[in-house]
Ligand binder design. Structure first.
Ligand code: SAM
Length: 230
């Protein structure tokens, strides 16, 4: 991944300290300190991106060439919209006939060319709502950056994120066109084995990838499955 990585320029590091730590929990002070010193956060702000997560998709796309102009794409866990912005930049934003469908349980500001569905993906009718938004067409790419808010108990967080990734994978098997691709965020740690088996049965190639924008200290990683067998 040759995209220029912020913060690795060799320049002297100037760290910003949180001055208002009193009254904050240790973890919220640490989070704020990390945000203030994160070069991806600064770059996202400077480039008008809605999230630093946008760089993870840009880096994954640089490595795997997932997004191409005119593709139909589903963005699961889309808010605040960083990935949807990247998708429209690369795939194009067809405002009259939108080909990109995004879903999140939180609100998301509109993006031209993206149909947004506000819904919990765990709802039994969520897949039907996305299929409806796709207008009966198959998708070329299903992306899931879904993550339930962390509770801080590692095994619980792991199980919750894998459950979402498995749900997303089963949905992808339903909606993808042959040769399509699927990407899902997971946490490293063991229980993603069933998901790996499912993906290997249904896709030509399955790989793990941790883009540089994914924080080094986090267990977050992405599963990238390409060549849906249909
Ligand atoms: C890391 S954020 C996604 C960031 C997004 N990719 C971007 O670039 O702006 C994870 C998102 O997953 C959403 N999410 C988590 N569980 C969900 C669920 N069950 N249904 C729908 N969205 C969910 C959260 O609301 C949150 O907005």
């Amino acid at each position: 991944m040759s995209r220029k990585t912020p913060g690795r320029t060799g320049a002297r590091e100037l760290r910003t300290r949180v001055k208002t730590a009193r009254g904050r929990t240790v973890s919220s002070t640490q989070w704020l300190q990390r945000q203030l010193n994160d070069p991806y956060v600064a770059r996202a702000r400077a480039e008008g991106r809605r999230s630093r997560a946008a760089y993870k998709l840009l880096e994954l796309n640089e490595k795997f060439r997932l997004i191409r102009p005119g593709m139909r794409i589903v963005d699961l866990g889309s808010a605040p919209g960083g990935w949807s912005q990247v998708i429209t930049e690369i795939a194009g934003a067809d405002e009259k006939n939108p080909k990109i469908v995004a879903i999140d349980c939180l609100d998301m500001e509109p993006i031209a060319g993206v149909i947004f569905v506000k819904k919990d993906f765990n709802d039994a009718n969520a897949p039907a709502a996305i299929l409806d938004a796709l207008g009966g067409h198959k998708a070329d790419l299903v992306l899931s950056d879904m993550a339930a808010p962390a509770v801080g108990h590692r095994p619980t967080d792991h199980l919750r994120i894998i459950a979402l990734a498995e749900l997303a994978a089963h949905f992808a098997l339903e909606v993808l066109a042959p040769r399509g691709a699927f990407v899902a965020k997971v946490l490293q740690g063991g229980t993603e084995r069933d998901l790996l088996v499912l993906l290997k049965q249904n896709f030509e190639k399955v790989q793990h990838a941790k883009p540089p924008a994914s924080r080094q200290g986090s267990a977050e990683t992405y599963m990238v499955a390409r060549g849906f067998k249909g």
